[in-house]
Design a protein around this ligand. Structure first.
Ligand SMILES: Cc1cc2nc3c(=O)[nH]c(=O)nc-3n(C[C@H](O)[C@H](O)[C@H](O)COP(=O)(O)O)c2cc1C
Length: 205
């Protein structure tokens, strides 16, 4: 069982890191291999719509996105953590996910997707929605917890005082493990659902 973890905070000792560390303990207890990408300080470019990935299967910019792609291909799930910036995800994360999902051709269906967002005060819901869009266009089940996956804190480490938020994070980690195991068992037992040839309807006449 393998999980790709993406930390979009530029603060090494920040709140996102603390949440992901807490979740990582559970993954390790459960025997899940975690491969982490700390992208918060990387100057990750956005997609330039050159579409060269359509031929090569990888992004024209050879950075963390191309390093993460083979890990994502092998992974049973992806966990994304981000600080909330202007009621949305860190733009570095949006650039990373846009290029990762757009440039890679391997099937992502039934890899599980989960996200945590940390804010001083507001914007976690819109942030989570932004991230979930990548999962739900790729037939990836989104993992839920006992509350929406928003945590609160401002100065580095303050999120540890959000006891409910940290419990939500731990629950999310356990639910991810359960779903990854269940999907693997389900694939072996029933196989994946039938996949139709894709129909592209662009509303162009
Ligand atoms: C550029 C920027 C924008 C921010 N926008 C918001 C916001 O919209 N809502 C909010 O509650 N906090 C906002 N914050 C505060 C951070 O989300 C908060 O400090 C969070 O704990 C940072 O996480 P980190 O320690 O993992 O980096 C913003 C911080 C920065 C640097």
């Amino acid at each position: 069982m393998k999980l790709m973890m993406v930390n979009a905070s530029p603060r090494n000792e920040g709140n996102t890191s603390r949440i992901l560390e807490e979740m990582k303990k559970i993954f390790e207890e459960e025997g899940v291999e975690v491969v982490s990408f700390d992208i918060g300080k990387d100057g990750i470019r956005s997609c330039i719509a050159c579409n060269s990935c359509h031929k090569s299967g990888k992004c024209v910019f050879d950075d963390a996105v191309n390093k993460a792609a083979p890990v994502f291909e092998e992974a049973d799930g992806i966990l994304v953590g981000t600080p909330v910036y202007y009621a949305g995800a860190n733009p570095t994360l949006m650039a990373f996910l846009t290029r990762l999902f757009y440039s890679t051709r391997f099937p992502k269906r039934f890899k599980v997707g989960a996200a945590v967002a940390v804010a001083r005060r507001s914007g976690v819901m819109t942030t989570l929605d932004e991230i979930y869009k990548f999962f739900t266009i790729a037939e990836m089940p989104v993992v839920s917890s006992r509350y929406w996956n928003g945590m609160h804190g401002s100065r580095p480490g303050e999120v540890l005082e959000d006891l409910e938020g940290m419990q939500v994070a731990r629950t999310l980690a356990r639910n991810m493990v359960f779903l990854m195991k269940s999907i693997r068992l389900g694939k072996e037992t029933y196989g994946l659902p039938e996949k139709e040839e894709s129909v592209g309807t662009n509303f162009i006449r």
